[in-house]
Design a protein around this ligand. Structure first.
Ligand code: PLP
Length: 365
């Protein structure tokens, strides 16, 4: 990315070659982003983040079918979709939030029964950001194929972690975000299948073939391209090395800490995510203590941290009240090591014990 801040800082829309030549590098980055999901380069729209991609997809789908007033999504979406859907209810749309079971698996019958002639867009995430649970997007796309709805998937958590092939999976739009695959924050992309009705969300200049106004974030686009190229070449590591680390962390925690349990369908998850509940302790307190040891974990999504509300995802899964507040998530990547896992395993039992000693409700068994 550095040369695009320092040497090649021209505006790609300029007539002069200093700026105009940058178009070539943007094209190369677009090809790399397209490749990680087996799309065509012209089907990739650069955005500022996953949230913008999600918002763009939903608003575009609605604008392309203005008479339709119904949207279907799930009860466990990231706020980028969930809060947009709730906002649209205030604007007069009807929204169905499809429920999940105790393991975070989607109720597919509920989804299919909710479809009507009035449905304009179905937006279902590829993988959940809190539990890592993967939804059957290919199966859903087969059912929606002939239904005259736009099918959008928020694949922000999935791209670069599990294989995705839009030639096989019939989604119309797919969101991805740079910072989930080691690209910078503040860059994202939206895949728009060729032939899909599209209406811009950001209206302005002619950039991105008129589909998104605004001067391109060139260095970050280059960074996203490179990150996609690297992530594609490391996909196997995700499935083996990262998964092995996650499984070691998870099994040892369950073994060494009573009253701990994993949230989400353990057979169908992203390789690097684990969401663990510890009964009768506060997740925020665990995070602060882990932080003292230099261990970075989270509860809920980064976009909801700071609020004391329990996670809407875990509540939708019916996680009991005694556990829902004490749930934390570890997200591992190919840059984590076995030593780091052992370090967490050394520290976490003591943390939970200390917190439980302060809890009037916990009686050590
Ligand atoms: N969707 C999911 C599933 C996410 O996990 C995130 C970010 O955590 C987003 C959307 C939003 O992406 P961004 O932070 O790039 O706006």
């Amino acid at each position: 990315m550095l040369p695009y801040f320092v040497d090649f800082y021209g505006n790609p829309s300029s007539m002069h070659t200093f700026g105009g030549n940058i178009k070539h590098y943007i094209r190369k980055a677009r090809e790399k982003v397209a490749k990680i999901i087996n799309a065509e380069p012209e089907e990739i729209l650069f955005t500022s983040c996953g949230t913008e991609s999600d918002n763009t997809a939903i608003i575009s789908a609605m604008k392309s079918a203005p008479k339709k007033k119904h949207i279907i999504t799930t009860r466990v979406e990231h706020p980028a979709v969930k809060n947009m859907a709730e906002h649209l209810i205030k604007e007069g749309m009807r929204v169905t939030f499809v429920p999940v079971d105790n393991n975070g698996r989607l109720d597919l019958d509920y989804l299919y029964d909710s479809l009507t002639d009035d449905t304009s867009v179905v937006s279902i995430m590829w993988a959940n950001n809190e539990t890592g649970v993967i939804f059957p997007i290919e199966e859903i796309s087969d059912v929606l194929k002939d239904k005259n709805v736009i099918f959008h998937t928020d694949a922000v958590q999935a791209v670069g972690k599990v294989p995705i092939d839009v030639k096989k999976v019939n989604v119309d739009m797919l969101s991805l975000s740079g910072h989930k695959l080691h690209a910078p924050k503040g860059i994202g992309a939206l895949y728009i299948r060729r032939g899909t009705r599209f209406s811009p969300f950001m209206v302005g200049g002619h950039q991105e073939k008129g589909r998104r106004g605004g001067t391109e974030n060139v260095a970050s686009i280059i960074g996203l391209g490179k990150a996609c190229e690297l992530a594609a070449s490391h996909l196997e590591d995700e499935g083996s090395k990262v998964k092995k680390l996650r499984d070691r962390l998870e099994t040892q925690i369950l073994k060494s800490i009573p009253g701990s349990s994993v949230n989400g369908d353990i057979n169908n998850r992203l390789p690097g995510t684990t969401n663990i509940s510890f009964e009768y302790v506060e997740g925020e307190a665990i995070l602060l203590m882990l932080n003292e040891y230099g261990i970075c974990a989270s509860s809920g999504s980064a976009c909801t941290s700071g609020s004391l509300e329990p996670s809407h995802v875990l509540r939708a899964m019916g996680v009991p009240y005694t556990s829902v507040h004490g749930s934390i998530r570890f997200s591992l990547s190919r840059y984590n090591t076995e030593d780091e896992i052992e370090y967490i395993l050394e520290k976490i039992p003591g943390i939970i014990k200390r917190l439980r000693n302060m809890s009037p409700f916990w009686q050590d068994k």
